[in-house]
Each structure stands twice: as C-alpha cells, then as structure tokens.
Design a protein around this ligand. Structure first.
Ligand code: HEM
Length: 475
C-alpha cells in the first residue's frame, strides 16, 4: 500500500537551493547520452522530487512530485509555456516547431487556445469509436503478412501499421499511395533531423545545415506540403462530407466568429496529427509485444480474454468494455515505456515548488518515465503487471494498485494533463487495444534471446537497434 498522505508535503523552506549535481563529469555525460530516462530516474533517486541539473549556462529542473506536476501542467499558458528553445532574435520556440509549424503541439497563447477549442470535438470519443473498424481491418491486413516461425523486426512492422492507421484516419489514404511514400520521406524513422530540435538547444540550426539527411527531410516536407494543399483543395471542391480528420478540420467553424481554419493552419494541424499520431503509437505497440514476450503469464491471460470475447471474429469498438485485460496491458505498457518519456516547460515567473523556488525563464522537465518508475507510486516499478489496472481480490498486492483511492492523478502521466494534454489520448488507446486484440486472436511473438533491449530517445522511446521477434501462429 502506498502512503500518499505525506508524500506531497513541502520539503524545504522557500529560498533553499534546489538540490542537484553542480556539474556533469564525463561519466555522467556518458550516462545521460546513453540512456536519458534512466539518468534522470537516478537524479530523482539521489536528489528527490524537485531536483536541479546543469543546463547550458544555467540550471534546469526535474520535477517528479505528481502534485507539483499537475499544477505546472494546469497552469501552462499562464505560469509556464512550451517555448523552451532559442528561436533566434531573442524569441523562444517549442520543440519541433520547425517541422510542425503552428500546429496544436507547438503553438502557444491565444492561437493554441483557439485551435484547441476548434479541434477538441474532432477527437470526441464517439468519432474515435467510428475509426475502430478501420483499425481492426488494418491490423488484420498487417497480420496477413506474418509467416509462422519467421523472424520480423516488430518495430518496423508496428511503425508501418501505425502510419497506415493515421494515414487512413487523417487523409483517408492507404499505405501504398504516393501520399504515404511522401509521409515516410518527410518523417524519417526516429525523427530524422527533427530529433536535433529535441536533443540540443540549437538543433533548429543543425536542421538547416546542407547535410544529405537534412536535404532529404526538407525535400520530403516540400512534397508533403504540396500534397496536403492538393488534398485540401480537393475536399473544398468536393461535397464536403468526408469523415477523415482533414475533411472534419476543413468543416469546423469557430464558435464565436464562424470562421473556418485557414489553409496554413489546416496544413500545420494535419502534419502535427500525422507526426504525433504514429511515432508514439508505434513505440507503444512495439514495447507491448516486447513485454508480453517476456511475461508469458500476461500473454496467456490476454489470449484467454481474446478467445472468450472474440473467438475468430474481428473486434469492434463496442467490444472494448469487454476487453479489460487487453486495455490494462496498454495502460501498463504506457507506464513502463511511456513513448513520450519527457515533457518540458519554461517558467514565465518565479514558481514555488513545494517550498523551493524555480526562477523565472528556466527549463523545467516533467518526465513520465521518471514518475512511472518511482516506487513511492509504483511498487515493484520494473515489473510488468497489467493487473495493477484491474481491481481483484486475488491476494496479489499489485492487483488494482493503480486504482487505489487517494493517489495523485499525475502519478500516471503518459498523456500529460491540463490544456496541453494529448488530444489523441482516446485515439491512441483505441488503436492499440484494437491492434493487440486483432493480431492476438491468431498470432503471438516470441523474443529471440534474453538480452536487454537498449533504448533510444529520439523523439519517442524506441528500441535502439530495432526489435527482432519470432512470429508464431497460435490458433
Ligand atoms: C501512445 C500514444 C501517444 C502518447 C504516449 C502521446 C503522448 C502525448 C503527450 C505526453 C502529450 C503532451 C506533451 C506536453 O505536455 O508537452 C501529447 C500531446 C499531443 N498529442 Fe499525443 N500521444 C500519443 C498519441 C497521439 C495521437 C494518436 C495523436 C493524434 C492522432 C496525438 C496528438 C497529440 C497532439 C496534437 C498533442 C498536442 C496537444 C496540445 O498541445 O494541445 N497523440 N501527446
């Protein structure tokens, strides 16, 4: 049982310096570059829930207290913003702005508020449920390519599948279309040059250097821009009744002014949904199969649920309430390997974090990975235990652990919270549960060896060298 009564008490009087290493030596730097999520987990273990670390010429802050995280998320837009990177001429920009323009993930202020209000209804649960059949059919088509006993790179397979799902729902195009080919060029695996925007403060300048990878990336973007414009034009000229997300975005009107979105914003939002919607989901599914292979009991329970509820038929959105274990697997994968391992903000004023002062204009990190591996909130944090998400009186102390009353909400934050919370949250869950259910009816995947899988954090948490697994037909 986790004692939540005292965990968020103030830990220091205002004015005391926030604990943290004064500098990073070669050993620490190597650890940071090799595995940033585990490096920052170590920082929390050593220095506590409000810690500081050297960041450029200043200091950055790692906040791991769920209640403070909640406050920072909720006050984003007032006390914090997402513009943490130098954008030239004294301006600051959000990570990935160079690739995603003024889309929902990277815009700020009034523009973000307005766009969020317009787009939120597009992600209404009922609409997302309407995509359930498409997800199941695409997963079934992916499963048809599997060969019993053959090795495959599950990371590649899940990338293609997630890209297919997002291409279908955003643009109503299939993966063998020229649109999908262009998307692949514009969004190379592992972020391509876009990763620089996340890794180093001046990444946006590196993206402009005349390197081959950069040229390919910008060429892909130029093509993609042209194709998206063409799709916007076609939809505007058509009957306007399409139900792909681009059609819906074209049709939304501002509640106050009645104005539609202009073409540039439509473009930036479409690109944002494409990008935000496939990197993350493919990472989640890849880790799901990795964790299931390492945990035969969980795999067996998944299969038992699918056999009982679905048998041979494809899942539908209406089946989801009857697939609690499949859903719990997704929740637990998001806990252990949150694809967005880190979220960042800039303080717009001095901020009191449990009695410590984070000064104005500082880089602040809230890491789902770090919080999800904190034993204060997650007993046996390194154990894959989907039963945490299902209340059961079965004597297992982990059963229902994540549902205990009184836990701070942000002990679990794979999708963030507040005004910048992931808008694709329900979409991602539907996509993952439909995929696990569809493929799991007939197929399972085994690990090829027991070696640990090193991670890479370019944009999302992915296996560093791909992930080879063996496909086995189980029924
Ligand atoms: C497993 C899958 C996913 C994970 C783990 C994930 C995670 C996140 C997180 C943590 C944020 C907040 C970042 C912050 O606070 O700085 C976010 C924002 C966002 N996500 Fe997701 N996401 C996923 C899937 C999706 C999908 C499928 C879509 C769209 C189809 C999507 C679209 C977005 C957008 C547009 C934002 C920006 C929202 C805003 O700032 O208003 N995401 N996501």
């Amino acid at each position: 049982m986790v004692d939540v009564s005292t965990a968020a008490e103030p830990v220091a009087p205002t004015g005391e310096p926030i604990p943290g290493p004064p500098g990073l030596g070669p050993k620490e730097l190597r650890a940071l570059l090799a595995d940033a999520p585990r490096f920052f987990t170590g920082l929390r273990e050593q220095y506590g829930p409000i810690a500081s670390f050297p960041y450029g010429l200043s200091r950055g802050y790692l906040v791991s207290d769920p209640n403070v995280i909640q406050d920072i998320y909720v006050s984003t837009g007032r006390k914090f913003d997402k513009n943490v990177l130098p954008g030239g001429r004294g301006k600051r920009i959000a990570p990935f702005s160079v690739g995603l323009g003024d889309g929902l993930a990277t815009s700020g202020g009034e523009l973000h508020r307005k766009q969020r209000r317009l787009i939120q209804p597009v992600f209404h649960r009922q609409r997302i449920a309407g995509y359930g059949d498409a997800f199941a059919q695409l997963a079934e088509a992916g499963a048809a390519e599997l060969k019993d006993g053959h090795e495959l790179n599950i990371q590649e397979a899940m990338y293609e599948l997630s890209l297919g799902m997002v291409a279908k729902t955003v643009f109503d195009v299939s993966l063998d279309s020229h649109v999908a080919t262009t998307i692949r060029l514009a969004f190379p695996r592992r972020g391509g040059p876009m990763r620089w925007e996340q890794v180093v403060p001046f990444g946006r300048f590196i993206m402009r250097l005349p390197l081959r990878a950069n040229r390919r990336f910008w060429k892909g973007h130029k093509y993609l821009n042209g194709i998206i414009q063409q799709m916007i034009d076609e939809r505007r000229a058509g009957p306007g009744d399409g139900d792909d997300l681009l059609s819906v975005l074209i049709n939304v009107r501002d509640a106050d002014t009645g104005e539609p979105m202009n073409d540039q914003l439509l473009h930036d939002e479409a690109v944002t949904l494409l990008m935000a919607g496939h990197e993350t989901s493919s990472a989640g599914l890849t880790w799901a199969y990795h964790l299931l292979a390492k945990n035969p009991e969980a795999k067996a329970r998944l299969h038992a649920e699918l056999d009982e509820v679905l048998g041979d038929r494809l899942p539908e959105a209406a089946d989801l309430p009857n697939l609690p274990y499949t859903d719990a697997i997704f929740s637990e994968v998001m806990r252990m390997y949150p694809p967005v391992w880190n979220t960042v903000r800039r303080s717009l004023e001095d901020y009191d974090a449990n009695g410590y002062v984070i000064p104005k204009d500082r880089f602040v990190m809230m890491s789902p990975w770090v919080v999800h591996h904190d034993p204060t909130w997650w007993p046996e944090p390194d154990r894959f235990a989907p039963q945490r998400w299902i209340a059961a009186d079965d004597g297992d102390p982990l059963s229902g652990q994540a549902l205990e009353p009184g836990r701070p909400r942000m002990a679990y934050l794979p999708f963030g919270s507040g005004p910048r919370q992931c808008i694709g949250n329900a979409f991602a869950r539907m996509e993952a549960v439909m995929t696990l259910a569809t493929i799991g009816r007939h197929w399972e995947f085994d690990a090829v060896n027991d070696d640990p899988v090193p991670i890479l954090t370019h944009i999302t948490v992915q296996p560093k060298d791909g992930l080879t697994m063996i496909a086995r037909r189980r029924r």
